[in-house]
Ligand binder design. Structure first.
Ligand code: TXA
Ligand code: MG
Length: 318
């Protein structure tokens, strides 16, 4: 048995916070039944109290203590995507505190596909409420080092290296037999339609999902989102000390080569682009540049989730 997971589980049971890896991003977790621990999450992140948390479970049986009943379509989604990066918004049982749900009558639940996260939840013996492990408004942490940089050495961090997806989970609620997607993620609207036979409705700036209303993922350096051709032109004429975040192919076309650039990977591999996005924003933000240019992507499949994050990070959505 991994002793650091044991230590982390004991801390959760004592009402402390623990950061842990998931397949999407790192989470800042606490015992969902402990009100003081939940309050610590909000205080530590500087998170608005109206922004609800996701509850992480390791076994389907844990749903019984959280939600009243599942609709057939919800069961289909669970069978198709759990463990994995899909968060379901479900009607909550009265025992689930409104401090966890931001005052809502629903609770967001997911089963992460990461062995350390699952083992932590099992050993702690309780569902773990966890937002992404970043300061409120900043890019999510996709490596344990990012978590340390945000919160310092006093927070216990389970070290799992870089996360697989690098984008937060897809958040979805079934209403009248139709999936409504509140937050795009690596499970795409196309994936949802394939699994359920029903076309999902995109509601990605919905007041039904309070988190999407707040400023997000933003580096301190001005971030400028541009079509690839426009980006090439802007870099050729820009005079200040700027940075570029782009695919391998686009970076190769830049002449002269910019001194500060981050390679997101191959254009054909959006999974890789998504996995590197926050790392790119976090690293480039450290360099004290006057601005960062970042390229846009076609809005299909995973490209939609990537563009959603880029719009918010560049302030286009605020
Ligand atoms: O991938 C993820 O989802 C990561 C890892 C750690 O699991 N977690 C994460 O949590 O991204 P956070 O707190 O950064 O985002 C939670 C999102 C917010 O957009 C919030 O509005 C939405 O989930 N949410 C939570 N509870 C909800 C509810 N009851 N109804 C609608 N949206 C809800
Ligand atoms: Mg977050």
């Amino acid at each position: 048995m991994n002793s650091s997971i044991q230590t982390a589980a004991a801390l959760i049971q004592q009402g402390e916070l623990v950061a842990f890896p998931t397949e999407t991003v790192y989470g800042l977790g606490a015992d969902m039944w402990n009100p003081d621990a939940i309050a610590k999450i909000y205080a530590t992140k500087g998170r608005p109290s109206k922004n609800p948390l996701i509850v992480h479970i390791a076994e389907i049986a844990q749903l019984d203590s959280l939600v009243t009943e599942l609709e057939p379509l919800e069961k289909t989604l669970i069978a198709a995507f759990w463990p994995g990066p899909l968060t379901l918004v479900l009607p909550k049982r009265s025992e689930v505190s409104q401090a966890v749900t931001g005052g809502l009558s629903t609770v967001a639940v997911r089963m992460p596909a990461h062995p350390m996260a699952l083992e932590l939840i099992r050993q702690a013996g309780v569902p773990i409420a966890a937002p992404s492990a970043n300061l409120s408004g900043k890019p999510s942490a996709t490596h344990h080092q990012h978590v340390r940089d945000y919160f310092g050495e006093t927070l216990f961090v389970l070290e799992g290296g870089a996360t697989e997806h690098g984008l937060e989970s897809t958040v979805l609620q079934v209403k009248n037999g139709v999936p409504h997607i509140y937050r795009l993620g690596s499970i795409t609207p196309e994936d949802v339609e394939r699994a359920t036979g029903v076309k999902a409705i995109l509601e990605t700036n919905s007041p039904h999902s309070p988190g999407t209303q707040f400023k997000h993922y933003a580096p301190s350096t001005p971030l400028i989102l541009m079509e690839p051709e426009a980006l090439l032109h802007a870099c050729a004429t820009e005079r200040g000390i700027f940075g570029v975040i782009a695919t391998t192919e686009l970076l190769q076309r830049l002449k002269p080569k910019p001194s500060r650039s981050f390679d997101l990977g191959a254009e054909s591999n959006l999974m890789e682009v998504g996995a590197h996005l926050y790392e790119a924003l976090i690293e480039m933000d450290r360099l004290q540049l006057s601005k960062i240019f970042i390229q846009s992507f076609p809005e299909q499949g995973l490209g939609r989730a990537i563009m959603d994050r880029l719009r918010r990070a560049s302030g286009e959505n605020s």
